[in-house]
Design a protein around this ligand. Sequence first.
Ligand SMILES: Cc1cc2nc3c(=O)[nH]c(=O)nc-3n(C[C@H](O)[C@H](O)[C@H](O)COP(=O)(O)OP(=O)(O)OC[C@H]3O[C@@H](n4cnc5c(N)ncnc54)[C@H](O)[C@@H]3O)c2cc1C
Length: 466
Amino acid sequence: MFGTPQVKQTFQSTRTGRPRVVVVGGGFGGVSCARMLHGVDAEIVLLDRSNHTLFQPLLYQVATGVLDDSSIAAPLRRVFGSQRNLTVVKFEVEGFDFDRRLVITEDFEIPWDHLVLAAGVRTNYYGNQWEDVAPGLKTLEDAHMVRARVLDAFEEAEVSRVRGQTDLVPEWLTFVVVGAGATGVEVSGAIKQLAVDRLAREFHELKVSNARVILVEGGDRVLSTMSRRSSDSAAATLAAYGVEVRTNTKVMEVGHEGVRLSGANGDDFIPARTVIWAAGVSASPLAKSMIDGLGLTCGPQGTIPVGDDLTVAGRDDIRVIGDIACVIQPDGTTVPGVAPAAIQMGAHAGKALRRIIRGRTPSSKPFRYRDKGALATIGRGHAVLDIGRFHLSGFLGWIIWAVVHIWFLINFRSRVMAMAAWVWAYVVQDGVNELITKENHRPVQADDDLNRESSAALQSSVVPPR
Ligand SMILES: Cc1cc2nc3c(=O)[nH]c(=O)nc-3n(C[C@H](O)[C@H](O)[C@H](O)COP(=O)(O)OP(=O)(O)OC[C@H]3O[C@@H](n4cnc5c(N)ncnc54)[C@H](O)[C@@H]3O)c2cc1C
């Protein structure tokens, strides 16, 4: 009935009488924690707004048509098919009632004895409304959107050529990637290779290999979290592919028809119809709900500060793990937001809960992140690798990158499919999915005249390069 506050239902289950662990988020952290609780005499409820767990490091390959969805994602229900003490529920969590120990969804309240929050992060536009014109890469939906826009840009370039609108061709064939962390480097290398290795054979009149890919970075180098050597090697490889790297450059504005940049040489307008945002993340809104609800001080990018046992201050029933957690290491740095850290935190929290549920005290051993190295790939057959002081780049680095990524994929089926797709993509040099099926993948634009006006307005604010 209109106007009547909705009464939420309480989540019921058949495993009554057992302690209930509610895990929010079925990504790297949540899955790792839930797996640790296999066989424990408890009720595990895993909540995720999507029905799958996702291997985000390979999202860019879905976005560039190399891999199919099912190579990098698996239904949570299948992942936990043999774990009888676990129930997967596809709920979007809206908040918490900390006094009553309830997870709140749109129409349900789910009581917990132990809560594990593993809801990750989302794309950060730093207060700008650029989401429509510059999609990020965080979910499968994002990857579909990016793939549709990238592939469609080549089609639109061809249509412009056929129509004789030759001035539009370069705009459609210019791709701007913002942020030169691992995702930005990987995406920009992959788009250039898509154009040169795959599409160039299929477009006979249009010179798609001339496609411009511009990688924009506010800092002074690409892959700034890796060693200087790896960063230099990645920059050199990108340059050899023909990717234009612009460091020390900030994005001032993003519009339907291009981006305005500000760098050492002043401002510059780049006419480009496709912009991809890989420039940062901030914690899921559930972090704010917990920070406000428990009176905590927020960590970097809105993350939740936790102790070295991964509980939040004063609440030993609440653990926070993965990218959404801010864990300070003994050297004062924070644990990085990477998959191995989320997996290790999940395992640590899971082991502690296992002991508690079995009536033992949790180990007093604090959580310590074991950094096993960093990897990034730049197109086909080249990757950079840092393990402590050891650095490797080139084809051998790429083999290690491929083995590590195959190893970490969630199940045997995904591994076989990814390997087959890579042979197809890198040996036969063909894509696995280059179909444009997503409708409405570009934001609604005003008519052409208005576009020209907005483009002119953007360009008029450009300071000529000195
Ligand atoms: C494009 C990309 C490339 C990356 N590359 C690498 C790499 O090469 N190496 C590396 O180590 N790391 C990489 N990372 C980072 C790595 O993926 C993360 O560190 C890791 O996923 C963090 O795990 P998590 O469990 O904290 O969060 P996630 O894996 O993000 O999982 C969070 C889960 O919570 C769910 N969720 C969120 N909000 C709600 C809600 N309100 N209700 C219900 N469910 C919710 C989401 O659906 C999701 O399933 C990359 C990330 C991205 C986006």
